[in-house]
Design a protein around this ligand. Structure first.
Ligand SMILES: [Zn+2]
Length: 292
């Protein structure tokens, strides 16, 4: 796939689970496909890295969709991760731009604003499970940690980072640590929290040459158990047939307008792919509809 991957492990006698990812190429693909501004790249890159990491823990067939529905200028952010550890997604305003924060970082928090974070878990049943919390910071990692702790009652630490340079994404990645199976002693929690606090930003770690497995070793030390590696990537399952079906749903008036223009373009909102249909395709739909 993309060369990006994540590593999943258990630790502290399986009472803790952890996952870390390097996702530079995936985030760069989001940037290129949707022609994203640096700020939009950072925002969706964080969400996509998190969605991929959640797919490491998903059940077979489970699709996970993370939606940030904030009132900030980026609009809606939607990312879907599939069981094969691929993602696709989009933002409302791909060109969003704001002044940098005082610390020189992209202001993802302001871009997203206040609102609601939804996580949808769909295992193919009639009604997918949806959890929601208020957006607490808009910085994504903090919001997801709050979501897991409040909505799923799993105490969690989340770190995400996307470093965007002049020519695209330089580094992207993150980790999630969850207290999962049973209780941890106070000193064990202090130990993990201390290491997280002392750890540099995840993009710094990646830039220094550390891999996801090194990040987990640093944070969990001798408590680490066996590690499992999954390749990750960007993938959309749109195709020409689906695009054509979307065209068929248009009002007859719009179809006639398109016929005058001589062609129709259908753009996939998830991946930016453009499908072009000729006059004869549009005519065939109009004929079919007028025959009803
Ligand atoms: Zn697509």
């Amino acid at each position: 796939m993309s060369g990006d991957y994540m590593v999943h492990t258990l630790a502290y006698d399986a009472r803790v689970r952890a996952v870390a990812i390097t996702s530079r190429n995936v985030v760069e693909e989001f940037r290129k496909r949707h022609d994203l501004s640096p700020l939009a790249t950072a925002a969706i890159g964080r969400v996509a890295s998190a969605a991929l990491m959640l797919s490491a823990w998903a059940s077979e067939n489970e699709r996970i969709t993370i939606i940030f529905e904030g009132d900030g200028p980026i609009g809606r952010i939607v990312v879907e991760a599939k069981p094969d550890h691929t993602v696709r997604g989009y933002v409302g305003n791909p060109k969003v731009d704001l002044p940098l924060k005082d610390d020189g970082k992209l202001d993802v928090g302001r871009a997203i604003g206040k609102g609601t974070l939804y996580i949808v878990r769909d295992i193919g049943l009639k009604n997918p499970f949806t959890g929601q919390v208020n957006i607490v910071s808009g910085e994504v990692a903090k919001d997801l940690a709050y979501y897991f702790t409040v909505s799923e009652q799993i105490p969690s630490a989340v770190s995400l980072g996307v470093l965007v340079g002049r020519n695209g994404v330089v580094e992207a990645g993150g980790y999630i640590i969850q207290i999962f199976g049973g209780q941890l002693e106070e000193w064990e929690i202090d130990e993990i929290e201390g290491k997280i606090k002392d750890s540099p930003a995840v993009t710094e770690l990646l830039k220094s040459g550390m891999r996801p497995e090194d990040i987990l070793k640093n944070l969990l030390g001798e408590h680490l158990m066996e590690m499992y590696r999954y390749d990750v990537g960007f993938k959309c399952d749109c195709d020409r047939e689906r695009a054509f079906n979307a065209l068929r749903l248009l009002p007859i008036h719009d179809l006639k307008e398109l016929l005058k223009e001589g062609k129709a373009e259908v753009t996939c909102k998830w991946c930016g792919a453009v499908y072009i249909f000729e006059k004869k395709d549009i005519e065939s739909i109009i004929l079919e509809r007028e025959g009803d």
